[in-house]
Design a binder for this molecule. Structure first.
Ligand SMILES: [Fe+2]
Length: 189
């Protein structure tokens, strides 16, 4: 196995990698308006706000909630930001995600920060066994999957406007941490 693809182990490096992956979607949301982040352009797309929330919910549902003593940040979010996981309870149908005007973008970003705080605590305390490592990798890859979906859905949203707006003045670039794992491929729109 090529050493480049081995996961970095150790609580400190896990925290650094977690923070880096999680910062990427917040960076993508920077400069977009609340309206940009709230609109759902078609039934198969999701609002940017939903991606920001859902990826945080994932850590809560898959990792933090595994502790029987765990108390959710807001129990109502369990239904609001579930996607397809029937085993994890009720959920809002995808085509209706744009109707969820509450919580606000600001509240979703606060939810995201609180999940990050709890995850950093979890990383400091959790044993580095195989199951924990698997769940951390799963959560980080899920976040990255939704970073792509965030951009795809924002592109579709912008394309629906006769004003032909650009979501970003400068095209977002792949974060350096991903370069060793393949990075991004640039192509014409
Ligand atoms: Fe998801």
């Amino acid at each position: 196995m090529n050493a480049r693809f081995e996961p970095v182990v150790g609580a400190a490096s896990d925290v650094a990698r977690y923070r880096d992956v999680r910062a990427a979607m917040v960076d993508l949301a920077q400069g977009l308006s609340v309206e940009d982040l709230s609109a759902q352009s078609m039934p198969d797309c999701s609002p940017g706000k939903w991606h920001l929330a859902h990826t945080s919910w994932f850590f809560e549902a898959m990792i933090l909630g595994d502790d029987p003593a765990y108390r959710p940040v807001d129990p109502r979010f369990q239904q609001l930001f579930n996607s397809y996981y029937e085993a994890l309870g009720e959920r809002v149908a995808r085509h209706q995600r744009g109707l969820m005007t509450r919580p606000s973008v600001e509240e979703v970003l606060a939810y995201r920060r609180e999940i990050d705080r709890r995850m950093v605590d979890w990383l400091a305390q959790a044993p580095s066994g195989g199951q924990h490592r698997y769940l951390l990798e799963l959560g980080l890859h899920h976040d990255q999957q939704h970073q792509e979906l965030f951009l795809m859905d924002m592109l579709n949203l912008m394309s629906r406007s006769p004003l032909d707006p650009a979501a970003y003045e400068v095209e977002p670039r792949a974060r350096p941490v991903e370069t060793a794992r393949g990075g991004a491929v640039a192509f014409d729109g």
